[in-house]
Design a protein around this ligand. Structure first.
Ligand SMILES: [Zn+2]
Length: 384
């Protein structure tokens, strides 16, 4: 049986029964994602301890842990202590199930190889986990990114067809590079293709992040009333806040944070904790207390998490899918930022950006021919 016949057989005979199975499996993965979203940012193990109530620590029985049904039977309350369980669990399980089902439908519609569908299912799941951790903690655990890229590489090597979604119908015809590898076995070619996508996306995002810092420079917050800040060799601490390490606030060697004191002096500190006051050396070891009414710090246009998420998207849906997702996500993100009128804090972006990227990356998986058609149409329109 050839692969095409196998695909046909699967979609024609297995699909009717497989739909429900896919949804259920998706819900189970959603249930696991709940664990990932909760534990990964805290650096906890994903397997030990087993599921338990966060309030009374009672272990959750296997039958109460059945996705969706478990939550509904218990009506969102712990069986032992009746503490309510967040509806988030139910929502994530359901959404993951529906996403998995949609990906299967898209696979049948485009007659995609099963290895490509598998890659799309992994992509959908990681996009959910990345979005939710970004919403809750404003970071994307790097393990998620490594895991996703490793999956893409392994699938590219094992099933050259898994790279189909990112290699077919190229928008920018960058796959011309591909022909250099004509004599190589398909496995190596698809692995190279995946590597190419990942490295181009990473380099592009890295340059954008650098350029963003140069162009948009810094961000200023006014402190009214003035705030007392304690400066130390390794960190600073605003009144009533936890200490923040210089390395957390400043990501580049040549960056500085600027404190404008109430007596109209400017204290500058760099990533190493080296400081100046009005341009002269200023000793903050062991600590100095200052009152400030203004604070200037470098603004990160592209966070490290966004950089790695776009790189991951390139491994899943190719460089063109990743860049289109980034473009639309930036547009929607900017509109949302203007509407919500949120301000960036010292170590936090104003809004989580991963969900915006995820929405478009996922819609690319389902609707890529539509995207490509529209963009080609636009390009033709601009040319004429
Ligand atoms: Zn309990």
């Amino acid at each position: 049986m050839t692969e095409a016949q196998l695909i046909n057989f699967f979609y024609n005979h297995f699909f009717s029964v497989g739909g429900l199975f896919t949804f259920m499996l998706g819900c189970c993965i959603g249930s696991f994602l709940n664990v990932v979203i909760w534990r990964l940012p805290l650096g906890m193990s994903l397997s030990v301890p087993g599921s338990h109530c966060p309030k009374c620590s009672t272990e959750i029985k296997l039958y109460d842990n059945i996705p969706i049904i478990g939550w509904l039977v218990l009506r969102g309350k712990c069986r032992a202590c009746k503490t309510s369980i967040s509806p988030r669990y139910l929502v994530i399980e359901t959404i993951t199930g529906i996403m998995w089902l949609c990906v299967m439908f898209a696979g049948r519609h485009y007659q995609l190889p099963l290895s490509q569908v598998l890659l799309a299912l992994i992509a959908s799941s990681i996009l959910i986990a990345a979005s939710l951790t970004d919403i809750e903690t404003r970071t994307i655990p790097i393990q998620l990114i490594y895991f996703g890229i490793a999956c893409a590489f392994i699938l590219a090597l094992a099933f050259p067809n898994s790279q189909l979604l990112s290699s077919q119908h190229s928008l920018f015809e960058i796959q011309a590079n591909y022909s250099i590898l004509d004599g190589f076995p398909p496995r190596l070619r698809s692995l190279f293709h995946c590597l190419f996508n990942v490295s181009i996306a990473y380099s592009f995002m890295y340059l954008c992040a650098k350029l963003g810092r140069k162009v948009f420079g810094s961000h200023t917050i006014e402190c009214e009333p003035p705030v007392q800040v304690i400066l130390r060799k390794d960190n600073c601490q605003a009144e009533g806040d936890d200490p923040l390490a210089w390395k957390e606030i400043l990501s580049e060697k040549d960056e500085k944070i600027r404190f404008h004191t109430c007596d109209k002096q400017v204290v500058e500190v760099n990533r190493q904790g080296k400081s100046t006051k009005d341009g002269l050396d200023y000793k903050i070891d062991p600590e100095q207390k200052i009152f400030i009414n203004k604070l200037t710090f470098p603004s990160a246009v592209i966070g490290g998490g966004d950089l790695s998420l776009i790189t991951l998207c390139a491994a899943f849906i190719g460089i063109q899918g990743a860049l289109v997702s980034l473009g639309f996500a930036s547009l929607l993100g900017m509109i949302y930022l203007i509407i919500s009128k949120k301000e960036a804090k010292m170590t936090q972006r104003a809004i989580p950006f991963a969900p915006f990227i995820a929405i478009f990356a996922w819609s690319w998986i389902l609707l890529w021919p539509l995207y490509i058609e529209q963009i080609r149409y636009l390009v033709a329109l601009l040319k004429s």
